[in-house]
Design a protein around this ligand. Structure first.
Ligand code: SF4
Length: 372
């Protein structure tokens, strides 16, 4: 009952470590009507959670005046380069003949109300205008979750990576996003996740310290942390020496994981005592291990991954056991802010549904609670 819907493909940014602009080509945007039609079809087939996909998903824009139609079908369109929200707070080309990313979110929310959760990944920090933040704030079925990779906390490294923003511009955006969207008082805290690369060519201890400091200030619920390794076909591979030793990369990776781990635990613990709405994704891995499924079976069926078209064939043993009335089964799901939640249920029939759970305990990675 979850599905991904791709809205853009390719990328125009040319970060020096990334192969996407060369392998996938220039950014291409699908016509909004095609996207909304697909969301309606998915909703008709029972999907209630949609994740919009794009390398820089929030850079989406479709200019109807420039649309090309072939055999009666509107064609996807190349994205126009523009400076992004570093220099403005609204899509500069917004207007009657344009569907901006903010417009697209609003239209899917309003025209496909059967979709109870609308998410999008991955966002490019510089392209976030206030128009998008307002739409998320004002439309209850759009999730309060942003995945906005920073990659480094050092301006020198961001420049070498060609990320197109400074640390202070990035933090200005985080502050703005929190001002609009962080509303724990109505049960809707904003959850952020980030990406970092450690050991990028030329990264000094000082640069890395700045990354740790940014990670601590940003307070992501989790971060995806990667050790740099040169990839053929990228600008960094051709032009930069991979000059940070492997053991230094490993140490920095572990140090950053420790910084993030502490914050993740704090954020998860803050949820104890709160009531959260959970989209139930499946039988928990723990339960499946207890039921004797092998690691390979669990990996293959991808217990909590989202798939186009709905449920994975997950938790067969637990499903069967629960159907036979053999007692409680532990289920897992996610909150609106993408926090993982475990809770016990009588059977697996809640998979694919929304339930309310009171959080009773938490650790660095997840929450555990009781259904209310
Ligand atoms: S890292 Fe992301 S924004 Fe940068 S070039 Fe690759 S896909 Fe584009």
């Amino acid at each position: 009952r979850s599905a991904y819907v791709r809205i853009t493909r390719g990328c125009n940014k040319f970060c020096t470590y990334c192969v996407v602009p060369f392998t996938r080509g220039a950014e291409i945007h699908r016509p909004p009507e095609h996207i909304i039609e697909e969301c309606k079809r998915l909703a008709d087939s029972g999907v209630i959670e949609v994740t919009l996909l794009g390398q820089t998903v929030n850079h989406y824009r479709f200019e109807h005046g420039a649309a090309v139609t072939l055999h009666g079908v509107t064609q996807p369109q190349k994205g126009r380069a523009y400076a992004g929200a570093g220099s403005h707070r609204r899509d500069p080309f917004a207007g009657e003949n344009v569907t901006t990313f903010a417009d697209l979110l609003r239209r899917i929310h309003d025209e496909v109300p059967a979709i109870q959760r609308l998410r999008f990944v991955t966002s490019y920090p510089r392209d976030f205008g206030d128009d998008v933040l307002e739409v998320i704030r004002d439309h209850p079925r759009i999730c309060r979750y942003l995945h906005v990779p920073a990659q480094s906390g050092s301006d020198r490294m961001l420049k070498a990576m060609n990320r197109g923003y400074t640390v202070s511009e990035y933090e200005e955006f985080l502050g703005r996003a929190r001002a609009y969207l962080d509303q724990p008082e109505i049960g809707r805290p904003l959850m952020l996740s980030g990406d970092f690369i450690v050991g990028f060519p030329g990264e000094t201890d000082e640069d890395f310290e700045a990354t740790k400091e940014l990670c601590a200030r940003a307070r992501y619920k989790n971060s995806f942390i990667f050790k740099y390794s040169p990839r053929p076909g990228t600008i960094a591979y051709d032009k930069m020496d991979d000059d940070v030793a492997e053991d230094v990369k490993r140490r920095r990776n572990n140090e950053l994981l420790a910084v993030q781990g502490k914050i993740s635990e704090e954020i998860h613990r803050e949820q104890i005592g709160r009531e959260v709405e959970v989209f139930v994704e499946g039988v928990s891995k723990q339960q499946r291990k207890r039921d004797g499924e092998t690691k390979a079976q669990i990996r293959k069926s991808g217990a909590v991954t989202l798939t186009v078209g709905g449920r994975e064939p997950m938790g067969r043993a637990a499903d069967a056991r629960a159907e036979e009335g053999e007692g409680a089964v532990q289920l897992s799901g996610r909150t609106d802010g993408d926090l993982i939640v475990f809770f016990d249920a009588d059977d697996a029939s809640l998979v694919g549904r929304m339930v309310r759970v009171r959080v009773e305990s938490a650790n660095e990675r997840s929450l555990t609670g009781r259904r209310v």
